[in-house]
Design a protein around this ligand. Structure first.
Ligand code: ADP
Length: 639
């Protein structure tokens, strides 16, 4: 095979540049990343070997080896896992594998080198961490089931080469040509420390070997004995794996330090931060299993990418079976990470069959229930932490109301919203909203807006405020989309204060208001008609408002109008959604309206236009002709 020289894809080149120039103090994590990859490669080989015996015909003793060569200044991490063929090399080591490359580049630009390690983790490009300590990396690999060993090499200057390799047994070795100031990693003690810190739970033994040149024994007897003793000591310590290999989820919670859980979580997720919550538990009774779940601190972008595929990892008697999303958790809990290990499942079932397996379904319900009860506990016991969780994952949890019919009622109780009464950034649970409802209030009121600030200022809230009714502010794009599934809470319906007819207060108050309203409408009929003529087809109707106290006017949607987020989504999907005309509502008791009655001709037209535009501005919408609005306003001020 010819040596093939390939340029790196642009984002890799940029990233490498940052890696090399980063002064990041935790360069040591490169070892964790390489060991993680080696362990994944063995997992895969083992799993594929279950059904394709030929792949594991060499009956491998699964292991990971670190070899340090002080003379050559190289550190090698080697595994006997699945290996890579030419396509794998190109797809896995030549590009950023499983994520939005464009996004990666943007974030890299935006955040700069400081956040590099975090980004490396998030984007699954851990392999490149090697370049934090090495100026050249050589990968020798032989894919199981193939016969062509390959060698991949890069010194980062522009690209990588792929050529014939020398490896004579399946698996992969990654050799780092260490920089002169990074030779500490050749040390047995230092490597051992790092393995304990980051990779103790790895299920395969990690051995360390120092490559020493054979030299003839020293002539001096004492020196010869010392050399021999040293050799023995080395052999002894190198015969023992550096890691304990105990699967963390099998150890009792009291025997595991939080730091160990944290490192395991980082290994599993590539997250840079420790988890927000660690949930070890076991299922007993109908199905026996052990689980170790984590709630991350922050949402990753991955959560909102449809191609996200990784969910909880399923192990059957220590063999990694798969981590298909939705196998062990409903989609709305896709932010939960972790491991489930069961000995009740057969080893030789295909992943596709697992999806429908009754035992897997039982595990799924148990795991889901556990996460729900953890969240319920958190809600009860620690409001501040619950809020942290909610601001990271609230949007995803809300999806559950729509998609997880079985648990919808429990999920509803986890929902939090800002309201017209809360301070900015604060939210309330639906049950607290209901508890604090005004006397006589029957419905739960909400108002949709793109931004919370706009919602708080919206004139549509005025009458609700006057009647002592609080209003939920739905500013998350999924909120109004959920109205259909949310429908009711605690027997109360959800009512949009900016839509159709809405009236507040007791039945008596409503009746009185209705009468007053009808009377005002009759009195104002001629003005309403003139306003309507003036606004033409900008609006569907002009009428007297029941929701205003201080503002002169506002715009409201018709009773059965589609929620704005639905319209946006349908348009994004290239569906033809006509503009829904809204109703222009006038506050009959506002002094401006009395003034309006007395205006004629151009003055009347200008005033109506100003009022209409100010209604748009009040709700945070753009006006159609800003320049004209400014001129009308200036003219008015001059008068
Ligand atoms: P990640 O492990 O998060 O996917 P990496 O950059 O560390 O990202 O690795 C990219 C890919 O390269 C891996 O997903 C895997 O397919 C492949 N790879 C890396 N190391 C090995 C290895 N030792 N054996 C087999 N494949 C490997």
């Amino acid at each position: 095979m010819e040596t093939k020289k390939n340029p790196f894809k642009a984002e890799i080149a940029e990233m490498l540049d940052l890696v090399v120039n980063s002064l990041y103090s935790k360069k040591e994590i490169f070892l964790r990343e390489l060991i993680s990859n080696a362990s994944d490669a063995i997992d895969r080989a083992k799993f594929l070997g279950l059904t394709d015996k030929a792949l594991v015909a060499d009956s491998p003793e699964w292991k990971i080896q670190i070899a340090a060569d002080r003379e050559a200044k190289t550190l090698m991490v080697s595994d006997n896992g699945i290996g890579m063929d030419a396509d794998d090399l190109e797809n896995n080591l030549g590009t950023i594998a499983r994520s939005g490359t464009k996004k990666f580049r943007e974030m890299l630009k935006e955040k700069g080198g400081e956040s590099l390690p975090e980004l490396i983790g998030q984007f699954g490009v851990g392999f490149y961490a090697a370049f934090m300590v090495a100026d050249k990396v050589t990968v020798e690999t032989l894919k199981r089931g193939t016969e062509t060993p390959l060698k991949w090499e890069s010194d980062m200057s522009g690209g990588y080469t792929v050529s014939d390799g020398e490896r004579d047994f399946p698996g992969t070795s990654v050799t780092l040509h260490l920089r002169d100031d990074q030779l500490e990693y050749l040390d047995w003690w230092r490597a051992g420390e790092l393995v304990k810190k980051y990779s103790d739970f790895i299920a395969y033994p990690i051995y360390f070997r120092e490559i020493v040149k054979e030299t003839p024994p020293p002539a001096d007897e004492k020196a010869a004995k010392a050399a021999e003793d040293e050799r023995k000591r080395r052999e002894e310590r190198e015969a023992k794996p550096l890691n304990t290999m105990v699967a963390l989820w099998k150890r009792a919670k009291k025997d595991v330090k939080q730091e160990e859980y944290d490192e395991f979580y980082k290994h599993l997720t590539h997250d840079w931060e420790a988890p927000f919550e660690t949930i070890p538990f076991s299922g007993e009774g109908a199905v026996e299993f052990k689980a170790l779940l984590f709630l991350p601190k922050k949402a990753t972008m991955e959560l909102f990418m449809p191609q996200q595929k990784r969910g909880l990892s399923l192990y059957v008697r220590n063999v990694f079976i798969g981590d298909d999303i939705e196998m062990l958790l409903p989609n709305w809990l896709r932010f939960v990470k972790g491991v489930v290990d069961s000995s009740d499942l057969p080893l030789n079932v295909s992943r596709e069959m697992l999806q429908d397996d009754a035992i897997v379904q039982k595990i799924k319900s148990a795991v889901t229930a556990k996460v729900l009860s953890t969240l319920e506990d958190l809600k009860k016991k620690d409001a501040k932490r619950y809020d942290e969780f909610w601001s990271a994952f609230g949007t995803v949890v809300k999806e559950g109301v729509h998609t997880d019919y079985t648990n919808a009622d429990r999920i509803k109780k986890l929902l939090k919203y800002p309201t017209a009464r809360t301070d900015a950034g604060k939210t309330v649970f639906l049950e607290d909203y209901v508890k604090d409802m005004a006397s006589g209030q029957k419905d739960i009121y909400y108002l949709c807006a793109e931004r919370e600030e706009d919602a708080r200022r919206a004139p549509q809230l005025e009458a609700a405020r006057k009647h002592g009714c609080d209003v939920l502010l739905w500013c998350d794009p999924v909120d109004d989309y959920l109205t259909e599934s949310l429908r009711e809470f605690d027997g109360k319906s959800f009512v949009d204060v900016a839509k159709g007819d809405v009236q507040f207060g007791s039945d008596d108050e409503k009746k009185a208001e209705k009468e007053a309203n009808e009377k005002a409408a009759a009195d104002l009929k001629p003005v309403l008609e003139r306003v309507k003529k003036e606004l033409g087809d900008k609006v569907s109707d002009v009428r007297v408002s029941t929701r205003l106290t201080d503002s002169p006017c506002c715009l409201v949607a018709q009773e059965h109008a589609l929620p704005p987020s639905m319209v946006r989504m349908m348009r994004a999907m290239k569906q033809d959604v006509p503009d829904e005309k809204r109703i222009f509502e006038i506050n009959a008791s506002h002094p401006l309206v009395a003034k309006l009655k007395g205006l004629e001709g151009e003055a009347f037209g200008d005033a109506v236009e100003l009022l209409y535009d100010s209604a748009l501005i009040a709700e945070g919408s753009p006006v159609a002709d800003g320049a004209k609005f400014a001129k009308l306003l200036a003219d008015l001020m001059m008068k």
